[in-house]
Design a protein around this ligand. Sequence first.
Ligand SMILES: NC(=O)c1ccc[n+]([C@@H]2O[C@H](COP(=O)([O-])OP(=O)(O)OC[C@H]3O[C@@H](n4cnc5c(N)ncnc54)[C@H](OP(=O)(O)O)[C@@H]3O)[C@@H](O)[C@H]2O)c1
Length: 334
Amino acid sequence: MAENRKIVVAALPQGKLEESHYDLVTEPVPAPGDGEVLCRTLAVSVDAGARAGLQGSATYAGAPQTGVVMRGSAVARVEASNDASVSVGDIVSCGAGWQDYSVHAARTVERIDYDGDPADFLGVLGGTGLTAYFGLLAVTDPKEGETVMVSTAAGAVGHIVGQLAKIRGCRVVGVTGSEAKNARLVGELGFDGVANYRDGGFRQALKEATPDGVDVYFDNTGGTVLGSALFRMNQGGRISCCGVVSQYDTANPEPGPRGIPGLLVNKRLRMEGFLVFDFADRYGAARAELKDWMASGRLTAWVDEFRGLESAPRAFVDLLAGGNVGKRIVRVSD
Ligand SMILES: NC(=O)c1ccc[n+]([C@@H]2O[C@H](COP(=O)([O-])OP(=O)(O)OC[C@H]3O[C@@H](n4cnc5c(N)ncnc54)[C@H](OP(=O)(O)O)[C@@H]3O)[C@@H](O)[C@H]2O)c1
């Protein structure tokens, strides 16, 4: 009889996340009830934001818990269906979490009708790409000729943000913690400037990379990078608050940066947080546009893969240490 391997949260991290905070457990494959489907996971998403869920700082995710399957979006193949709207063999996206098999109400899975790799629905056509799309275009509405700065610029969300800003005709400056990542942003994606926040000369490098200041800052990090961005903002600038990855992997997040609210007042800045789910009714139109940009070669999706469900904890710990370039996924089955 087939077994279901599950990666469960064994303990909540007090300091940095470690692989030992997870256990791999095995149980029989669950059976779908009326109106439900059984899904076989093809690939799961590894998301920086999931660390906020374990920290308890992602209020939308509820209180962190042990003994539960690690949450995560997945793409999956339907193995059994007790609902007329979904057929065996359909490829779907679903909230399977880190496990081989999962049961879902049929109305909660989304059928993927797509010629490319279904795993794109974890990255550029999934929550990641949609976060970049709405967090940049809807929240800040960048104009041609403006300077857009983005942090975690070589990450899943970040590398899409930079390219969307280029498509809008903006000058794009990326911040990462790696010279190698920065070189790829300039060489492969056409970023106009870069700076490395781990380098002692970061503030000066950021100043040199943004000679005309910053009109739009897409903030994935909070912390030091946000603090530096605030001082580079032009009057009337917009800051899209997407996430706070610099403060997730710790029990002692730092207080917010200096200059709030003073700099917001003096420079007439708008600083706005968002969650991608806020835009759920516009996903279809956004995906169509993202697909067109990919097809025309204007948008490149970097995917960073681990293989095997058991590698998911390692993939996550490594992502938080900056090991990924582009969207990190774990391939679970073919
Ligand atoms: N608002 C929403 O609806 C929404 C949805 C999805 C994601 N998000 C947010 O988007 C952000 C990016 O998520 P992602 O999944 O695309 O992750 P990602 O950027 O692919 O990976 C995380 C990156 O964070 C960087 N990092 C780690 N520690 C850091 C630190 N102390 N300071 C600065 N950078 C650090 C690392 O890159 P470096 O090499 O550059 O350090 C790492 O590669 C996260 O804040 C996440 O919470 C928000």
